[in-house]
Every structure is written in C-alpha cells, then in structure tokens.
Design a protein around this ligand. Sequence first.
Ligand code: NDP
Length: 397
Amino acid sequence: MGKVLVIGAGGVGTVVVSKMASLPEVFTEIMLASRTKSKCDAIAARIGGNRVQTAQVNADDVPQLVKLIKSYQPDIVVNVALPYQDLHIMDACLETGVAYLDTANYEPLEEAKYEYSWQWAYQERYEKAGLTAILGCGFDPGVTSVYTSYAAKHHFDELHYLDIVDCNAGDHGKPFATNFNPEINIREVTQNGKYWENGKWVTTKPHEIHKPLNYPEIGPKESYLIYHEELESLVKNYPTLKRARFWMTFGQEYLTHLRVIQNIGMAGIEPIMFEGREIVPIQFLKAVLPDPGELGENYTGQTSIGCRIKGVKDGKERTYYVYNNCSHQAAYAETGAQGVSYTTGVPAAIGTMMYLKGLWKKPGVYNVEEFDPDPFMAELTRLGLPWVELHDTDLEF
Ligand code: NDP
C-alpha cells in the first residue's frame, strides 16, 4: 500500500519500524534513516527478512534530507528523531511534496520551551501544497488526544473537565534513568507547571501541585501537575473545556536525582567551556546516563495512561475514564524496546497507516484530535494497546 521513510533510530524508532515491518499489507517498503547508520542497521538486522532499508542522514541539514527523500520517494516521512528536527523535516517534506508525521512538537535547541505556534505556522503552506502534516502522534500527545476526541464524539455533548493521567509504575533497576531521550525528558519535567482554567493558563512552580491518584491494576501513586503539549491543542479544539490538566507520576528517588542534577548545574542548556572545548551540560549528562533504548531487558511493571473527563450528555453530568495499561516486559518481548518507547511507537505506526489508507488525509497541518478517532481506536486494540472505558466513576478531581 505505501512506502515510508522513518527518521530517528532510538527507542521509539525501533518500535515504529518493528510494528510497520509486521504489517506488510500496509507498509510495503520501509526505510529507517538516522544520524548513526549503524543503529539503523542493528534495528533492521533484528527485524530481519530484508524488510527495512537503512540510510545515514543529518536531519538538521535540509538539503541532505531533500536528497534522501527525492532518491527514496516515500509517501510519508515519520519523524521520530528529536523535537529540534521538526521544522527541518517539515521544510524538506514541503520541498519534495511528501506528507509528514511526528510525535513531539518543535522545541528550539537554545530554549527549553515547546509550543505548537512554530508548526501551526506551516498550515497555509501545507494546505497550498496539498500535503498533510499530522502532529503529535505518540501516546501523549497522540493517543490521549484521540481518546479526548473519541469521548467528544461518542460520550459527551460538551467536555468540561479533562485530566490526562500518566503513570509509569515500572522498575528498570537503575538508580536513575529517563524513559525517553534524557535531554528532552529533563527539559520537559523541570520546567514550570501549567494548566488551563476558566479561559486562561495558570502557571505553577515545577512539581508544586501534587496528590496521590489511583491507577487501574497499580493503585495509588503520587502524581505531579506538569505542563504537557497536547493541552495547548486540546483547549483550542475543545473550547467548552473549563479546565484541562496533565498529571505524571514520579518516584521520590527520581525527584531527588533530578533536584541534585539541577542544583549542580547538570541540567543546563547553555554551553560551557570544558578543557578548551564547548560542552552543553545536559548533553554531557545524556552521554553518561543509561540509554533509554537499552532499559527494556530488565524492565518490569507497567504504564497506565489515560484521560479522565467530566462533561454533559443529554443534559446530564457524566464522567468517563479511558486508559491503556502496557507491560514493559511484553513490549520488550515483542520489539526489543521498553513500554514507553512502545506506547509512543505503536501510535506513530497507526497514524501513518491512517494516512496511507486515506483515512487521515487532508491538506494542512493538524493535531491528531482533528481526525476521525474511530479507525485509530480500532487499530490500537488490534496492534497491542487495548483500551478500557469506565463510565460514571469517581475521577478524583
Ligand atoms: P532517542 O534519543 O532514543 O532517539 C532519537 C534518535 O534520533 C537517535 O537515534 C538519534 O541519533 C536521532 N537523531 C537525533 N538527532 C538527529 C539528527 N540531527 N539527524 C538524524 N537523526 C537524529 O529518543 P526516543 O526514541 O526516546 O524519542 C524519539 C522522539 O519521540 C522524541 O522526539 C521524543 O520527544 C518523542 N517521544 C514522544 C512521546 C509521546 O508520547 N508523544 C513519548 C516519548 C518520546 P543518534 O543515535 O545518533 O543519537
């Protein structure tokens, strides 16, 4: 059915191409390209069967990307490199007339700040070129956004309150490690918290608001209010929301390490001089931390991510909780990567499938909640991320 170019050979890239390779009726040809070609080759070898071609590319170099896209001629480029590359890859897709999909919104390298404005600014150019760009198609953002649009379509006339709850109750056996790219992860969790209430953003100090929340099959876990990118598009696309928040669990050990890392300056993004050469502290830290892609083997426990929604249906107040629990060990057994990479990579593969099947295809730049959620939700269950619905339960608001 279609030919795809996947960029980024990390934990998420491993899952995306493994899942795509298992669906030859949809993903006829697959190429994995990244900065370090040997990583692409290792992933392709693990999958076997000559299903995945590989290439080297620096995704910060638009002419290099254009050359690769022109020579391979994919139907769509799937960006699972880092958020810094988003705009370069979007530029290359525009120049070559190819569709685009990613899992994380653009963030400038020199400033720990992410928002959709930079990517939404491509709307007119993609529309004029007749090209589709699908933004934020991992789990959160991604599945959480689709859960919200599914709730709006099937269970509510108006959404009023939304809590996105993200729990990782897994144990990787390391004193400190991040579950996806350490640089992006630490930049995300150390910034101020922010949530939407009564038509405006409320900013909090990092980890200032927290409380225990109960997660299915896991139990209570201390959960911290942080800012997360899907809140920005969801409050825009669902203007009836009176409040929208994002909660993530962190263990005490993780928070202690994070505090020390910050206090000693290792989370810094400004270059410093070290023995005659410039280094960026957080990039050096990434080099000494465990590679998230290597955490899988001894990872036990599960993740639980979902949306808790309160709103009105037929004049009555209703609550709805939709979630997925994912086992790290099952994810590793299937793809060689842990649960966080799995829960991000599978939705990226499904979003790509939606595009190739013509179900999520319209000229312009769109967040995933702007497409029909139904075919995507059906594939989630079929492809390893089944979801559970609870109606009219206590949402711990
Ligand atoms: P990793 O750091 O494991 O992998 C990133 C890969 O991108 C690496 O292989 C890296 O190459 C490659 N890369 C980096 N820069 C370039 C470049 N300039 N040119 C070509 N390749 C490059 O990250 P993850 O797999 O953990 O995460 C991938 C993406 O998924 C991130 O953007 C992250 O924010 C997003 N994500 C989204 C989630 C969601 O639910 N929506 C959740 C988790 C992650 P090299 O190996 O040479 O370093």
